[in-house]
Ligand binder design. Sequence first.
Ligand SMILES: Nc1ncnc2c1ncn2[C@@H]1O[C@H](COP(=O)(O)OP(=O)(O)OP(=O)(O)O)[C@@H](O)[C@H]1O
Length: 337
Amino acid sequence: MNTQPLLEVRNLRAYIGTPRGTVRAVDDVSLDLDAARALGIVGESGSGKSVMARAIMGLMPPRSGRSGAVTFQGRDLLALSKKEKREVWGKQIAVVFQDPGRSLNPVVRVERQLTEGMRCHLGVSRSEARGRALRLLEEVGVPDPERRLRNYPHEMSGGMRQRVMIAIALACEPDLLIADEPTTALDVTVQRQILDLLRRVQRERGMSMMLISHDLSVVAGRTDRVSVMYAGKLAEVGSTREVFEAPRHRYTHALLGATPTIDHQRHAPLQVIGGSLPDPTDPQPGCRFAPRCAHSDDACSTTGPSLVSVGADHVVACLNPVAAAAPALSGGRSDGR
Ligand SMILES: Nc1ncnc2c1ncn2[C@@H]1O[C@H](COP(=O)(O)OP(=O)(O)OP(=O)(O)O)[C@@H](O)[C@H]1O
């Protein structure tokens, strides 16, 4: 049996040059994503989730640098030729971004946007591509797909446009879908529908998915594993159920306490995580969460914690972790500091 993960990220660093200094957006991150599994990436805004996804994709901003290894199905993604990139991206790996308004071409009808990739990557005829497009729109819950194929993006609601984006992403039957805040621009009910749709399709197709969100409730119940990022580093990684039910990192604990819609704590008072992310151009030694952590001690300010195993599929980078069975109700500072 092949036990190699579908996607392997090793010691990924992504630094961006700015007038203020070098932003260490991603600082030595390693993670695995297995075939047919969904991995959530969570963390506050600015913790490095999007830059990490973009570094994996090779989409780095100007004046930036990247190091480490990213392997997909055994191939080094960071060393692909232009031709290989075209084969991998869009076909084997597809991406859904936050804003379908910007990702869709406003002057091209849905039919062409949906069939172009299939014709190019799968080599199917125009009529075969059209038939597939209709089935895809049905699969993602777009009513009256015949009519939708003739639409321009502005003729559809935001939710419909995002469904079309997902259909486009799925068109070439990718092995991996990367969804970066795929529903942030949508209202809450539509958000839930689209997220549930992504999880359903991921399972039905046996596809892998990386679901990125600042909102823990987005990945809860929709991913098998979760990686919690803080200030460019991984704080905690494990099975989603275990991390959410028994978080061990003080940051995860605090983040859960600050998240309103996780079922098991719906009635608990919300906790604010006081303070803000550290300056990404000037990381201090020690744990990057220490200045905001109510449980930090001198060692936390001097020693950068490594990820250590605390369960069968659960690692945590915290010198004073939450006790194994503590409920996830509070953590971090709530006094505004
Ligand atoms: N193009 C850029 N130029 C300079 N700095 C950037 C750029 N893109 C991101 N950064 C910085 O990199 C760090 C990580 O940003 P990133 O967008 O990855 O965070 P995030 O966790 O995805 O946040 P969000 O949830 O808001 O998307 C932040 O300090 C951000 O300001």
